[in-house]
Design a protein. Structure first.
Length: 364
């Protein structure tokens, strides 16, 4: 290695590769942080600069091994290769460090397009792409996306919220069934009075409600979103060039205004449900007052009519509350995913700023 640099040109940029003696070893991947610290210390000690660094994964590694390596290296200042040949990998590294005029032109064009859009329009696109991600929509054509957003997306949104609404009930049902089975088996092996057995079974059926109501936050606050969804939303945000602290603050203000409008919409639904119930009771009271004054008053028939009317009104109210709550939970999941992603981006920016080294730039 002492004579590896053959061209003795002061201040030049050199490309070289180093490999382990055991090419099947994953030492560099398992200790990627130690490798990074060592490179940083060596660069600082000798006054060197690095334009680009990469870890080339062996072709003989299994797909699972490569995926694990990608999870360790992703987001770092090292690159991972998953199926390229060495020539293709080296060429991709060269393109990243020395973009072609065509690539620079496309990048500048993309920046011009993004700069031409208002922040309001970018926020709308981020919310739409987040909705497509959470609702598992993969349509690319604008007409198809528009039709899906107007006709099918509301149904998917309600299903997404309903899953979160009924999750505590489902948990209670499983716990109650398991408790009843265990209680029944225990009662059969012991001789206790029937009254006591019924009381024990009722207790076992309703006791899990307390466990579900007072569950620890970690069992339900992270159930509506998955880690890969947060990563996907983070990529959506950064793809719109929202990748700095100042831009994130402005984007958060826009997002807060949109979230407030969604909250007001849910609040208006609740007011409509309350108004419907109040109008139903008022209508029922007026009908009863007219019925009592009539000569052909029949108490049994009046009670039956009132009961059927109340049952219908209660069913409509319960269904309306279920739909409204499901809509609220689904919209909260959308905005929470964006907020979590903003925190992830801020953390990444903070780590980048913390690990920033003035010698990271190539020496001229």
């Amino acid at each position: 290695m002492s004579r590896y640099r053959r061209a003795q040109v002061p201040g030049a940029t050199y490309f070289f590769t180093v490999n382990l003696l055991n090419r099947r070893s994953d030492l560099l991947v398992r200790h990627i942080d130690l490798l990074r610290d060592t490179v940083r210390a060596t660069r600082s000690r000798h006054g060197l600069g690095t334009a680009l660094r990469g870890v080339l994964l062996e072709q003989r590694w299994s797909k699972r091994h490569r995926s694990q390596a990608h999870g360790l290296i992703q987001g770092k200042d090292f690159l991972a290769n998953f199926g390229y040949s060495k020539i293709a990998f080296y060429w991709s590294m060269w393109q990243q460090s020395h973009p072609t005029p065509h690539a620079r032109k496309n990048h500048n064009r993309r920046e011009d397009v993004m700069n031409g859009k208002t922040l309001y329009k970018i926020t709308q696109e981020i919310v739409e792409d987040t909705e497509d991600l959470l609702l598992n929509t993969k349509l690319k054509l604008l007409p198809a996306r528009w039709v899906h957003r107007q006709a099918l997306a509301p149904i998917k949104l309600l299903f997404l919220g309903s899953a979160e609404v009924f999750r505590p009930l489902t948990k209670w049902a499983f716990m109650a069934i398991a408790s009843l089975l265990l209680g029944t088996l225990s009662i059969q092996t012991t001789e206790i009075p029937i009254e006591h057995a019924q009381a024990v079974l009722l207790f076992l059926m309703y006791a899990p409600i307390i466990l579900v109501m007072f569950a620890v936050p970690s069992t339900y606050t992270f159930s509506d979103l998955k880690p890969h969804q947060i990563v996907g939303v983070s990529r959506i945000i950064t793809s719109k060039l929202i990748d700095s602290e100042d831009k994130l603050k402005l984007f958060e203000k826009n997002l807060e205004a949109i979230e407030n409008r969604t909250t007001e919409r849910v609040r208006s639904f609740k007011w409509l449900i309350g108004s419907f119930w109040a109008a139903s009771l008022f209508f029922l009271t007026q009908i009863n007052s007219f019925t009592l004054k009539s000569r052909n008053f029949d108490l049994n028939k009046t009670l039956q009519d009132n009961m059927s009317f109340l049952v219908t009104a209660m069913m409509i109210t319960i269904i309306s509350l279920w739909i409204t709550t499901s809509y609220k939970r689904a919209t909260e999941a959308i905005f929470k995913s964006i907020k979590y992603s903003i925190c992830e981006i801020k953390l990444h920016l903070s780590d980048t700023e913390h690990n920033k080294d003035p010698l990271d730039t190539p020496q001229k």
